[in-house]
Design a protein around this ligand. Structure first.
Ligand SMILES: Nc1ncnc2c1ncn2[C@@H]1O[C@H](COP(=O)(O)OP(=O)(O)O)[C@@H](O)[C@H]1O
Ligand SMILES: [Mg+2]
Length: 147
């Protein structure tokens, strides 16, 4: 049975500065497992894409004063597995399967390229997306670091 060796819970407002903030905090936290530079780069990219989606899409159309939060949880296991969950309480995704398709973007045309979920999937070992319209979205990523 794998054993959890450390965990982090983070709550940040969904504003653009927090893309860099969350990436830095998560990579500092994961450093305990001594990942390779490449593994750390992969995790940083995956976190960036998930957090950017919360900032850009989840609370779309809201007043600055009514923006919501991004909840990030990271768990480290003695098997060198890293589990990262990134959740928002925003608009949700109507069709997750469609949203996950490469090049699909519900964002502003010419602005987003629709590759965020593909990046999260390619840079981790597992990606699952749960979403409920009007309730929010939760993205769970697992990565097994090299022994
Ligand atoms: N957290 C979220 N809340 C609401 N919608 C989202 C969220 N994450 C992704 N989406 C939807 O899924 C689409 C695809 O996301 P992604 O692959 O990152 O591409 P992009 O962000 O470039 O549009 C987004 O355009 C958006 O419509
Ligand atoms: Mg995106």
């Amino acid at each position: 049975m794998k054993k959890k060796i450390n965990e982090l819970e983070l709550k940040l407002p969904a504003i653009s500065i927090n893309e860099a903030v969350s990436r830095s905090i998560v990579s500092a936290f994961v450093a305990e497992l001594d990942p390779t530079v490449e593994e750390l780069g992969d995790l940083r990219c995956a976190v960036s894409e998930a957090v950017t989606n919360c900032i850009v899409h989840a609370y779309r159309g809201r007043e600055e004063s009514a923006l919501g939060y991004i909840y990030i949880s990271v768990r480290l296991y003695d098997t060198r597995e890293v589990v990262i969950e990134i959740t928002d309480e925003g608009c949700g995704i109507e069709d997750v399967e469609l949203a996950r398709r490469p090049h699909f973007s519900g964002g502003e045309p010419d602005e987003r390229c629709g590759m965020g979920f593909l990046v999260m999937e390619s840079f981790t070992d597992h990606l699952s997306v749960k979403s409920q319209k009007g309730e929010g979205t939760s993205v769970l990523m697992r990565k097994n670091l090299k022994p």
